[in-house]
Design a protein around this ligand. Structure first.
Ligand code: ARG
Length: 257
């Protein structure tokens, strides 16, 4: 019975995709390339954000978000095709080139004008990455500094609001951290978990500070979908199932902790 329902749902979704409801012809193309007969969800990411997304050894996007969206799609009877692109291009590509995006993307008022978000799946906060031994500790210490951020991120918005800050934007967060190590920027503002990954990667060279110390607000990651997408309920149902049956926690354990 359950299987039949899943098949019917998949068939319905497939028709919706092919009819251009949830997406445009890019999805239809991708759908026709499917190896089995499952429809394909074309999902954008920016694989420069470990542990949520990075380029794996096989050259393909990997990480928590990639595993999560595959699990969500699987519950919906769909396969996934990941598209790796610049973070700043994701939102505008949703509904045209992409059926959805998963990219450690925080729900923001601004993005909500252009896309819908699924239920949140992860709480985050911006962290500050500084050179080892730095005495940056309080909000006022950020003023007038040269700050590295990834272009178009919430870290970019936060940095841009700091008094006298000279904000340097990068397409890749790693390049911002490299410039921190080389002394070209004073600090980097980036989400907690990637900050922790970079702290390990540049062990002894950089330190990280919890953004709560600078009064940065919590942020919530969610899957972005086209405005008005009918898929949202199915995505949320799949997320809820994955949380209830322990799959979600297993992915957290595998990729994040
Ligand atoms: N959470 C931040 C935001 O939504 C940064 C996300 C960056 N993600 C990425 N895959 N590069 O703006």
């Amino acid at each position: 019975m359950k299987k039949l329902l899943a098949m019917l749902m998949a068939a319905g979704l497939c028709m919706a995709v092919l009819a251009g409801c949830g997406a445009d012809e890019a999805s239809a193309d991708a759908g026709s390339q499917a190896s089995g007969d499952r429809p394909v969800l074309v999902v954008g990411t920016n694989a420069e954000f470990p542990p949520f997304e990075y380029v794996g050894d096989d050259g393909e996007p990997d990480g928590f978000d990639v595993a999560l969206i595959r699990a969500v799609a699987d519950r919906m009877g769909m396969d996934v095709k990941m598209e790796n692109m610049e973070f700043g291009s994701l939102v505008s590509a949703i509904g045209t080139k992409l059926d959805a995006a998963i990219a450690g993307m925080s729900i923001t008022e601004e993005r909500l004008l252009e896309v819908d978000f699924s239920d949140e799946y992860y709480e985050a906060v911006q962290f500050v990455v500084v050179p080892a031994g730095s005495d940056i500790a309080a909000p006022a210490d950020l003023e007038g500094k040269t700050i590295g951020v990834q272009l178009g991120t919430t870290g970019d918005s936060i940095a841009s609001e700091i008094n006298g800050a000279d904000v340097k934007t990068y397409n890749k967060a790693l390049d911002a951290v490299n410039d921190l190590v080389n002394g070209r920027v004073d600090l980097v503002i980036i989400d907690k978990n990637p900050a922790e990954v970079f702290e390990k990667q540049f062990s002894g060279q950089v330190e990280i500070i919890d953004g709560a110390q600078f009064e940065f607000e919590p942020e919530f990651y969610a899957i972005a979908l086209p405005k008005g997408s009918e898929m949202i309920e199915k995505v949320n149902a799949a997320l809820a199932e994955l949380k209830a049956d322990g799959t979600f926690d297993a992915l957290v354990a595998e990729y994040i902790q």
